[in-house]
Write a protein that binds this ligand. Structure first.
Ligand code: URA
Length: 251
């Protein structure tokens, strides 16, 4: 464990540090050289009027640029009406690690980038704790690419229909990025990817390796939840250790 990583763990509110006795260095794999290619950031284009949503089979054949343009002009569900910008995702388009959140909030909608603000800072610290950076060797995406709000204008989780409408985009992102491991951040991401009942608690999904699109999937808490429940950060660290061990075994 480097001093730098120890600082990040401290920042996450985690400590003392735990290491596996049988393999103390195992939780910090060096990122592969291929994972350090140039970052690709969504340009968050405004809605193109009259753009028709392509069917899922068409999305499944798109290259990265086509996919970005398609997301930017998407009108597949009602979320397109309230959005300022779509949030395609951010990071290395060849990343070995893909983190998946719920959907953009107010700031993300304005800036076109996922996980901005306090929850984003915590996510960046979680990434750093396992040797990752959003602009270098990880990709961050969401279940939906547009902000979902309730009648009072407050952020809400996307409905199952909204999540399903957006899923072909995420599936294509996964097929193009070809990450070694997926990490679901919170309930919406986990349940949407695993197709589970809305009552399933995240606690029941933690601690095991699931599968999505033929890739290992580890479930952890959403950074916004961790900000509200800092005592759970230790569990999030355990989840990151599981993800790191799974990555090391798979790559
Ligand atoms: N929460 C998410 O799940 N995703 C974001 O992009 C921002 C907040």
């Amino acid at each position: 464990m480097s001093d730098r990583n120890a600082v990040f763990l401290q920042e996450m509110g985690l400590g003392p540090l735990w290491q596996r006795r049988d393999n103390p260095g195992a939780v910090h794999p060096a990122p592969s050289a291929g994972a350090l290619e140039a970052a690709t950031v969504d340009d968050g284009l405004p809605v193109a009027p009259g753009f028709d949503a392509p069917p899922a089979q068409e999305v499944a054949r798109m290259d990265w640029a086509q996919l970005q343009a398609s997301v930017a002009g998407c009108v597949k569900c009602g979320l397109c009406h309230g959005r300022t910008r779509t949030v395609f995702g951010v990071g290395d388009a060849k990343a070995r690690w893909l983190f998946i959140g719920e959907g953009p909030g107010r700031n993300e909608d304005l800036q076109g980038e996922p996980f901005i603000g306090q929850a984003g800072r915590l996510l960046d610290n979680m990434l750093a704790a396992v040797g990752l950076r959003r602009d270098e060797n990880a990709f961050i995406a969401n279940i939906v690419k547009c902000r979902a709000v309730d009648e009072s204008g407050r952020d809400r989780p996307p409905t199952a229909e909204e999540a399903a409408a957006c899923m072909p985009y995420l599936e294509r992102q996964i097929a193009l990025i070809q990450p070694t491991i997926l990490v679901a951040l919170g309930k919406t991401a986990a349940l949407s990817l695993l197709g589970l009942d809305p009552d399933t608690p995240v606690s029941r999904l933690r601690g095991k390796v699931h599968e999505f699109a033929g890739r290992p999937l580890v479930v952890t808490y959403h950074p916004a939840y961790l900000l509200r429940s800092p005592a759970e950060k230790k569990k999030a660290w355990e989840d990151l250790c599981l993800a790191t061990a799974t990555y090391a075994a798979a790559d």
